[in-house]
Design a protein around this ligand. Structure first.
Ligand code: CDP
Ligand code: ZN
Length: 166
């Protein structure tokens, strides 16, 4: 059967990175002062990876790791906005615009509330979206498990895309 062209599409994203000394902490393209940063092949931006996967998921496309394999030296140290911009390009090509995006960053430390507005504004700009449709939440992990023990940072996101020709 031919797949119907849906007026709305929902996507979910999740990512987690180990925290280690000697790495910069970059969340949503913003440099956050901290003693540790996310270990990764790219710049380790856990939020941009999550949002990229949420958009790709909504479009039923291969995930970020398939599109940009971490075995490819091309992506070593790459800025994660490259990945997000490609997801946004694919979204546009498939005929969708961002309806809204809701993200939850899970970090025991550092406190992210002072950075939420700059993260939101930068992420909105990368998405060519109004900040009013982009939401950033932060949670601790109540000091338990790897996130709570400050050994990792996690992130979840949900997006809704709307067909442009609606
Ligand atoms: O109180 P509840 O268990 O819901 O949340 P929490 O994990 O104790 O975090 C309390 C508040 O701190 C959150 O609502 C966030 O606004 C803020 N927070 C933050 O700014 N940065 C973090 N890394 C974690 C939490
Ligand atoms: Zn990642």
């Amino acid at each position: 059967a031919k797949a119907p062209v849906l007026p709305y599409r929902v996507g979910h994203g999740f990512d987690l990175h180990r925290l280690a000394e000697g790495y910069k902490l970059i969340i949503g393209g913003i440099d956050i002062p901290h003693t540790k940063g996310c270990e990764a092949h790219s710049d380790g931006d856990v939020l941009l990876h999550t949002v990229t996967d949420a958009i790709l998921g909504a479009l039923c496309l291969p995930d970020i790791g398939q599109l940009f394999p971490d075995t490819d030296p091309k992506w070593k140290g790459a800025r994660s906005d490259i990945f997000l911009k490609e997801a946004v390009r694919l979204m546009d090509e498939k005929g969708y615009v961002l309806g809204n995006l809701d993200c939850t960053i899970i970090a025991q430390k550092p406190k992210l509330s002072p950075h939420k507005e700059s993260i939101r504004n930068n992420l909105s700009a990368l998405l060519s979206a109004d900040p009013s449709v982009v939401n950033i939440k932060a949670k601790t992990h109540e000091k338990v498990d790897s996130i709570g023990e400050e050994r990792s940072i996690g992130c979840h996101a949900v997006v809704m895309l709307i067909r442009k020709d609606l």
